[in-house]
Design a protein around this ligand. Structure first.
Ligand SMILES: Nc1nc2c(ncn2[C@@H]2O[C@H](COP(=O)(O)OP(=O)(O)OP(=O)(O)O)[C@@H](O)[C@H]2O)c(=O)[nH]1
Ligand SMILES: [Mg+2]
Length: 550
């Protein structure tokens, strides 16, 4: 064995007859497969001893970072019964992106028998990512290894330029595994794609699986997961994004099979929040949520998460490199909690001032991307960012709004909701959401053009109930009515006793103002308005806006 390490294969040969013979003889004597990992310069980087039918390839992560192209090492190994390449051989070839996979049959007395060779295809053909050559005897086998691998890589980059691109955009494959309703799964996947877009990921494709039960370690069955990984590698992806939350054990299990980065829905949402948080309080809240989510995972496997290092999933706590041990993470959490408490106290004071001034507060709430900021802009003549991106708004912003027959009110825009809002995020965002607690009226904006507005309404209602905000009076607005047929909008409005508007159309403004003024006045008459009547002086408002307000 020692002698094998010292040998060098000329770069144009896959393996020399002498080295191959040493392996087959050793196999013959020991009744075990012998494998050699050979790099492009012909150095034998690993000698592997298997059992009579398989061998385990060691961790290759330190070999050439050929995640996108080929690995830079080939495996040459023996087959005791002169049998063809096995399914596992071909899976390893594709999963590890080896330059080549070669098996040499062991004949009588350790003689060289046949050669079985396979390589990855530049593009998947009929569902196959590898191709096998016709077997031939070792003596008649001929191949200029160096040229062949070079041409193969050239072919790869020609067929799929993304494989070579060194762009900063992270390329992702979305994975949805569910045992539930198929339509709902599709809907969720579309939302996941939007979330990925909001996180600046480039989505290369998606995989939907509907197993009877979820696999406890891999979510998908191990065979299917390997197929997904191979497909992802083949298309030049850097990351797998799962629609469901992954348990620490699942992250670890999946990461054992691939060097692709692995992310789940919660991490994706946390990443978007980390990108969008501008205010100090927003940043503290996001980092807290990220750390709380990571903490139990750090205890199990820090290596799995360390693969996320740098870039998405690593923002915020990424500064602590995600390899932070539990102790350091806990300390940081405690520090952030103290800081958050101090900021919250300041906010409480601001809020009590607002109460003393008796100016009604109306808070915009709703599913993310429903059009809350657009509505605030058109009502108050402001220019807050309102883009077709999930979680565009993160920090609370308040503006003055004059209502006819009522006077000044404060209109507050805040973070949007989403179904299955990560628990840690909800906890961390208590300070921001606290603002909602003081609202006299909630203006619930619904995207009437969403695939399923009912589900959005239910998701928002359930979050309000969780936050114990469901007692605050609400006005429901169905927005984006310009995007759906008139009769559909009318039906929805009737069903929800809502007013249908289009926040991008100025003629909307009068109806919304009128509805808000009427509701506030009738709440006041019923004695249900928490603040007293009054026309807050515009100059007074400057002091009661939260930190990000103008
Ligand atoms: N066609 C149409 N587009 C609208 C309407 N209202 C908002 N939009 C668009 O919908 C997208 C989202 O609007 P935002 O106002 O940012 O939505 P939001 O609820 O504040 O979203 P988050 O801050 O992410 O929670 C933007 O591209 C708006 O231009 C509308 O009535 N009609
Ligand atoms: Mg917004």
């Amino acid at each position: 064995m020692e002698r094998l390490y010292r040998r060098r294969v000329p770069p144009e040969k896959v393996v020399t007859a002498e080295i191959a013979r040493a392996c087959t003889e050793l196999s013959y004597e020991t009744r075990r497969q012998i494998g050699l990992l050979i790099d492009r310069r012909g150095h034998i980087v690993s000698v592997i001893i298997g059992n009579d039918h398989e061998l385990v390839i060691p961790n290759l992560s330190r070999s050439r970072s050929g995640l996108r192209l080929l690995r830079g090492v080939r495996l040459v190994h023996t087959h005791l019964k002169n049998e063809p390449l096995s399914r596992d051989d071909l899976t390893d070839l594709a999963l590890l992106r080896l330059d080549l996979m070669m098996a040499i049959g062991v004949g009588k007395n350790g003689n060289l028998e046949d050669v079985y060779l396979a390589h990855i295809l530049p593009r998947t053909i009929n569902g196959k990512s590898c191709t096998e050559w016709k077997p031939c005897s070792f003596q008649s086998f001929q191949l200029d290894c160096k040229d062949f691998i070079q041409n193969l890589e050239n072919e790869f980059t020609k067929t799929n330029p993304r494989l070579q691109s060194r762009t900063k955009t992270v390329q992702a494959i979305l994975v949805s595994v569910s045992t539930g309703n198929a339509l709902r799964q599709q809907e969720r996947l579309e939302e996941l794609e939007e979330l990925a877009r909001a996180s600046n990921l480039h989505v290369l494709g998606s995989v939907i699986q509907r197993p009877h039960v979820l696999h406890p370690k891999y979510v998908l069955g191990p065979g299917k997961l390997k197929d997904v990984i191979i497909q992802a590698l083949q298309s030049g992806a850097d990351m797998l994004v799962f629609d469901q939350d992954l348990s620490p054990a699942q992250v670890q299990g999946i990461s054992e099979l691939t060097e692709l980065r692995v992310l789940d829905r919660t991490q994706l949402i946390l990443d978007i929040f980390a990108r969008r948080a501008h205010s100090r309080i927003g940043k503290i809240q996001v980092e807290l949520a990220q750390l709380r989510y990571l903490l139990p995972r750090l205890s199990q496997s820090s290596t799995a998460f360390s693969r996320l290092g740098g870039g998405i999933g690593a923002r915020g706590p990424g500064e602590t490199k995600l390899e932070t041990d539990r102790r350091r993470a806990r300390e940081r959490i405690r520090r952030l909690e103290r800081e958050l408490e101090a900021v919250s106290r300041g906010r409480d004071q601001q809020r009590s001032m607002r109460h003393r001034r008796a100016i009604p507060v109306i808070s915009l709430i709703g599913y993310t991307n429903a059009g809350k900021s657009t509505l605030l802009n058109i009502l108050t003549g402001s220019h807050l960012p309102a883009k077709n991106r999930l979680f565009e708004t993160l920090d609370t912003v308040s503006r003055r709004l004059f209502l006819p027959h009522r006077g000044e009110v404060i209109l507050t825009d805040t973070v949007g909701f989403i179904r299955d809002l990560p628990e840690d995020l909800l906890t961390a965002f208590q300070t921001t959401l606290q603002e909602l607690r003081d609202a006299d009226l909630l203006l619930h904006v619904v995207d009437a053009h969403a695939l399923d507005p009912d589900r959005h309404i239910r998701a928002v209602q359930s979050i309000l109930a969780q936050l114990q905000l469901d007692r605050i009076p609400r006005v429901l607005i169905l927005n984006k009515c310009d995007l759906i047929p008139h009769d559909q909008a009318a039906k929805l409005c009737e069903r929800y006793q809502a007013i249908g508007i289009s926040a991008t159309h100025i003629d909307t403004v009068a109806r919304v103002r009128e509805e808000l003024a009427n509701t506030l006045n009738s709440l006041e008459r019923a004695g249900e308005l928490r603040c007293g009547p009054g026309e807050g002086h515009p100059a007074d408002l400057r002091s009661c806006r939260s930190e990000v307000n103008v």
